[in-house]
Design a protein around this ligand. Structure first.
Ligand SMILES: *Cc1c(COP(=O)(O)O)cnc(C)c1O
Length: 425
C-alpha cells in the first residue's frame, strides 16, 4: 500500500473518523503523532511534545518502555488472544492474583473487563444481582455524589455528574439514580450528615453507592477529604448497601497511595481499576469483589454472573499489566509521585497570578488550574503546544497528570505550559 502523506491522513481522518466527544466532521484538527518514547510524543512534522496527560492518565511509565515492550513481544510470540470461556492462561491468572494481593482486603475475586466503563457496568451488575439473589429485587438504584465520572456506557453514565454527563439529553432513558451534593474539599460535619441521611432515606431501594475516592477526575478534577469515604462505608454497612469504589483514575499510585481507598483506611465491596492497569499499552480494566458478593450471587436462581466480553482476559493486555505492576512496585514509586507533586506545587504557584484563574490545586501527580470561565480549548491547546507540551484542557480546567518518569525539568516545562494555556484560554 502506498504511504499516505500527513496531509492525506488528516483529510481522511476528518472525513471518516470520530474522535472522543467530537462532532462529525471534527472542528479542531488533531495533531498527527508518529511515535512516542519516554515522556515525549513525536509529531509527524518532527516537533516533540512533553506529554502532560499520560494518555488520559494511563501511561504512568511513559511510552515505548523496554520492560513493557518485552512483555508484549514475549506474549505475542506465545499467543495474543484466546477466548476466556472454558479456557484460561497464565497472564490472566497471574494478573488476577496480583490484583487481589495489592488491593485492600477483603477483595478476592476478579472480573477482567475490556474497558473502565465495562468494569463499572459489571460492578453494578454484581451489586444488583446480589440483592436479587437474596430476594430483595427492590434494591436496584445507585447512589453517588455530584461531580463524578464513571464512563460513557449507560449505567456508568447514569452516575456521572448530571450536568457534565448530559443527563438532560437522555432524560427518560438513563436509570434515575440518587444524587448527593458534590463533596466539599475539607471535612464538614454537615456534609457528612447529608451523606448519612441520603443513604438512610433511600436504603430500601439502594443496591450500592458508587463513587470515585479522594479525586473526582473527568467530572471536574476536584479533591475531597478521605473522611467522607469512612462516612459512606459506615452508612453502607449500617443500611445494607454496597460500596463500590471506582479507582480507574486514582489506582496505581496517582494520588500518592497505591489506591486512594488506603487514605481512608477502608475497603469497598466492589472496586474498579483500569486506565494505568496496563501502563497505557492496551485496553483492560477489572472489577474486584469480596467473597460475600460472589457468594450471594451464587445463591440465586440464576447463580451465574451473565457477562463475558469477547476479549475478556486478553493475554497480551494481561501480560503487559503484570509487567507494569511489577515495574511500578519494583521501584520507589511513592517517592517519584512525591517528587512530581512538589514540582507541580512549585511550578503551578505562578498560575495564581494569571488573570481569570479561580483555583490551583495539586494532589499526588495531579496538578489542576481552574479558571473562572470556560476554557477556549483551541487557544489553550495552541499555547501549550507552543510551550512544547501536550495538554487536553476541558470545561474550565487546564490540568496535568504526567507519567511518573517525568524528570524535574520536564515537570517545570509542563507547569509553564499549564500557566500559558490558562492565560491564553
Ligand atoms: C476513565 C474513567 C472511566 C471509564 O474508563 P474507560 O476505559 O474510558 O471506559 C470510569 N471511571 C473513571 C473514574 C475514569 O476516570
Amino acid at each position: 500500500m502506498r504511504e499516505l502523506t500527513p496531509g492525506e491522513l488528516l483529510d481522511l481522518d476528518r472525513e471518516h473518523v470520530w474522535h472522543p466527544y467530537g462532532p462529525m466532521p471534527g472542528r479542531i484538527e488533531p495533531l498527527l503523532v508518529e511515535s512516542a518514547s519516554g515522556v515525549r510524543l513525536r509529531l509527524a512534522d518532527g516537533r516533540e511534545l512533553v506529554d502532560g496527560m499520560s494518555s488520559w492518565w494511563s501511561a504512568i511509565h511513559g511510552y515505548n518502555h523496554p520492560v513493557l515492550n518485552d512483555a508484549a513481544r514475549g506474549q505475542l510470540d506465545r499467543m495474543s488472544h484466546v477466548m476466556f470461556g472454558g479456557l484460561t492462561h497464565e497472564p490472566a491468572v497471574r494478573l488476577a492474583a496480583k490484583l487481589v494481593e495489592i488491593t485492600p482486603e477483603p477483595l478476592r475475586h476478579v472480573f477482567l473487563a475490556d474497558s473502565g466503563s465495562v468494569s463499572v457496568e459489571v460492578a453494578v451488575k454484581m451489586c444488583l444481582q446480589y440483592w436479587r439473589s437474596l430476594g430483595r429485587p427492590g434494591k436496584q438504584r445507585l447512589m453517588t455524589w455530584r461531580g463524578g465520572y464513571h464512563g460513557d456506557t449507560w449505567q456508568p453514565m447514569s452516575v456521572c455528574d448530571p450536568d457534565g454527563g448530559m443527563h438532560d439529553l437522555w432524560a427518560g432513558l438513563l436509570p434515575r439514580q440518587v444524587f448527593a451534593d458534590a463533596p466539599p474539599a475539607a471535612y464538614e460535619d454537615t456534609y457528612a450528615e447529608h451523606l448519612r441521611e441520603t443513604v438512610a432515606r433511600h436504603a430500601d431501594e439502594l443496591a450500592a453507592v458508587v463513587v470515585e475516592p479522594v479525586v473526582q477526575g473527568a467530572g471536574g478534577m476536584t479533591f475531597h477529604s478521605p473522611a467522607y469515604l469512612r462516612v459512606l462505608r459506615e452508612a453502607c454497612d449500617e443500611h445494607d448497601v454496597f460500596l463500590v469504589l471506582d479507582e480507574i483514575a486514582t489506582g496505581f499510585g496517582r494520588t500518592g497511595t497505591l489506591f486512594a481507598a488506603e487514605q481512608a483506611g477502608i475497603s469497598p465491596d466492589v472496586m474498579c481499576v483500569g486506565k494505568a492497569l496496563t501502563g497505557g499499552y492496551l485496553t483492560m480494566a477489572a472489577a474486584l469483589c469480596t467473597e460475600r458478593v460472589a457468594e450471594g450471587i451464587s445463591r440465586g436462581d440464576v447463580p451465574v454472573l451473565a457477562h463475558g466480553p469477547t476479549f475478556m482476559g486478553n493475554p497480551l493486555a494481561a501480560a503487559v499489566a503484570c509487567a507494569s505492576i511489577d515495574l511500578l512496585l519494583g521501584q520507589d514509586w511513592a517517592q517519584e509521585v512525591k517528587r512530581i507533586e512538589a514540582g507541580l506545587r512549585d511550578g503551578l504557584a505562578a498560575a495564581h497570578d494569571v488573570p481569570g484563574v479561580r483555583d490551583v490545586r495539586v494532589l499526588g501527580a495531579i496538578g489542576v488550574v481552574q479558571l473562572d470561565h470556560e476554557v477556549d480549548m483551541a487557544a489553550a491547546t495552541r499555547a501549550a503546544v507552543g510551550a512544547g507540551v501536550w495538554l487536553r484542557p476541558f470545561r474550565d480546567l487546564v490540568y496535568s497528570m504526567p507519567p511518573y518518569v517525568t524528570g524535574d525539568e520536564d515537570v517545570a516545562r509542563i507547569c509553564a505550559a499549564v500557566c500559558a494555556a490558562a492565560a491564553a484560554g
